[in-house]
Ligand binder design. Sequence first.
Ligand code: PLP
Length: 373
Amino acid sequence: MSSPADGPGVPFFELTLLHEDLRVDLDRIWHEITADNAFIGGGAVDRFEERFASFCDVGHCVGVANGTDALELILSGLGIGPGDEVIVPGNTFLATAEAVHNVGASPVFVDVDPDTLLVTAEEITAAVTARTAAAIPVHLYGQMAAMPEILAACDRAGIACIEDAAQAHGARWDGRPAGSWGVAAGFSFYPGKNLGAFGDGGAVVTNDAALASRIRSIANHGRSETDRSLHDLIGRNSRLDGLQAAVLDRKLDEVSTWNEARRRVHASYATLLPSNAIAVSVRSEAEAVHHLEVVRVPDRDAVRDALAMCGIGTSVHYPIPCHLQPALQRDGQSELPVVEQAARHIVSLPMFPHLTSEQIARVASELGRVVSP
Ligand SMILES: *Cc1c(COP(=O)(O)O)cnc(C)c1O
């Protein structure tokens, strides 16, 4: 039997190989941006916005400073604020709820589907009150939530549907891309996302021209689009840098290839993982982009420790659900049994486009060795 230290380690995530492939173009981009001095806005931002809108199959894209701002700006643009409730899955990155809180509205957390760990139409419908203004389905781990049913539920309730697509660049449901379903969607270009910048970045995408222009104005100090010196409203500063836009524009050429590589990694894991490491299931209508490879194991913390001993990096997304975070505790929030149970058992395995079949096999075999039967 092998000792835990045998064999090479496997990082949880790595970007070096991905950037090496693009080295020449990335260096050129750096020179172009510094020569043009187009640091905020400018041609690179315009070009990326146009291409990302068409990637998402929508009419408008507004580049912003990060994914959290994207969600917050959508909420502000829709006039959602104090007194409003916004339905958010308990199983998401805290930022989804933070955006709601930061416009003065109250996040109301709901439970998720036990197989996909994604929010469902039923959970949203059950949480609607007279104060509900919107729901934010999150396409967590790179798989879209069941948008046809969720949209129908939001329409029935008369509330806005905002997609949190921060982990789902290029994901589809019945062939239709993430970001093209709700009234608007927020994307993040944090470096570790499927499409990542060289720092923070984000985007709002929407088919609503008026909403897009309102958000563009709010994100740029409330400036009038026709007269720079005129401020129609009090906004804020949340813009996409020229350098980030140029990097993203180049990476957009590759993201479908990288997503395809992630699907191959996921498929290999599916054939190699031990039977008591249960992957989050992918619905047949969904074309997932596997931002994360999340499995459930019986004794999660022991499994993570044992894999760390073999040099295999893992993470947990997310160990403390939003509704149990001290900053977001609120009266009347119900327990979320599926979210709470999942939080104790989920572990995220190494997942990135350049992961080799040897590395996948090593993760699977060590996991088979350490996972308790
Ligand atoms: C990353 C992420 C965000 C926030 O994006 P930032 O760019 O880090 O602000 C929001 N929601 C989800 C689900 C995320 O994964």
